[in-house]
Design a protein around this ligand. Sequence first.
Ligand SMILES: C[S@@+](CC[C@H](N)C(=O)[O-])C[C@H]1O[C@@H](n2cnc3c(N)ncnc32)[C@H](O)[C@@H]1O
Length: 299
Amino acid sequence: MKTPITKKYIDRKTNYIINSDTNVALTDFKDGSIDLMITSPGYFVGKNYEKKESFAEYLEYHTQTINLLKNKISPNGSIFWNVAQTPLENEIIPLGAIYYKIFKDAGFYLKNWIIWHFEGGINTKNRLSGRYENILWFVKDKDNFKFNLDDIRVPAKWQGDKRVNPKGKNPTDVWEFKSKDLKEEELRFFIEEIKKDNERTKSNINDNFLYIDRVVNVSNEKTLHPCQFPEKLIERIIKASSNKGDLVVDIFLGSGTTAKVSKELKRNFIGIECRKDYCIISQERVGDTDNGKKENKNK
Ligand SMILES: C[S@@+](CC[C@H](N)C(=O)[O-])C[C@H]1O[C@@H](n2cnc3c(N)ncnc32)[C@H](O)[C@@H]1O
C-alpha cells in the first residue's frame, strides 16, 4: 500500500488511510482541520502491536501526541480517547486518570467520562475481573462544541408515559451494547416487546436490548485485529459529535472501524496506523479511499 504523507493530502475533504507513525503523520495536518478524533492507543499491556518500551517512554510518546493534537483539532472539535486499566507490576494503573491530567495540562476540557461496560474478557484469580473501559470525551472549547443529542437518543423504557420524550432518552454516560449488531427491524421488534412488557407487568424493564459486547470472538464484524472497536460504539460518537462532511480522524486506526463508520455516515476520514497489515485490513473494510483510488490507477 502506498501511503502518502505530504501536506497536499492532509486536507479536510480527503479520505485516507496513512501507514505511518502517528506523531510523524500528525505534524502534516493543517491546524484546526480535525473536527472529531476518535481513538484508542495501545494500553501498555504487551500486545504484539505495541513497542517494547518503558511506561515512562510510553507516556512521553502519547503526551507528545496530545500536545500535537491541541493545534490540529478545530475550534469546536472533540476528542474521544478510549483506554482501559493496565496491570503493571502487581498493581492496576488507571490509564484514564493519567490521560486526564495530560489532556488537562494540554488545555483540553473533559465533557464526559464514559464507562463502556461489556461482558467477556480475562477472568482474574486474585482481584475482580475487569469488565469496563473508559472513553474520555474532551473538547477544545468548553462552551462551543458539537453535541447532536437527538441523533443518539435511545428508546425510553416507559414508552406510554407522557413525561417521556417521544424521540427517546439520553443514552447516559454508561454504555452497553449487544453482542450482535442489531438491524433496525430487530431494534423495532425489541421496542415492541418492551412496550408489551411494560403494559403487562408494569415492572422495571432494563435496557439489555441495547447491550453489545466487545467485538472479540463474538461478532460477525471481527477481523484479525485483537482490539477492534464495535461499529455501534463508533456510530454513536460520530453521530453525537460531528456533522456530515466533517473530518473524523483516528490516529491509532487498527482495523479501520472509525474510517468505515465515518464513510457510512458521510463524514470524511483519515486514519493513521503504523502496521501495514492493519492498514490492509482497514482498506478492505472501508473500500474506496483516496489512496486506494491512486493505487488502482497505478496497477
Ligand atoms: C488499540 S488498537 C486500535 C484498534 C481500533 N480501535 C480498531 O477498531 O481496530 C491501537 C492501534 O494503534 C497502532 N499503533 C500503536 N502505536 C502506534 C504509533 N506510534 N503510530 C501509529 N499506529 C500505532 C497499533 O498497531 C494498533 O493497531
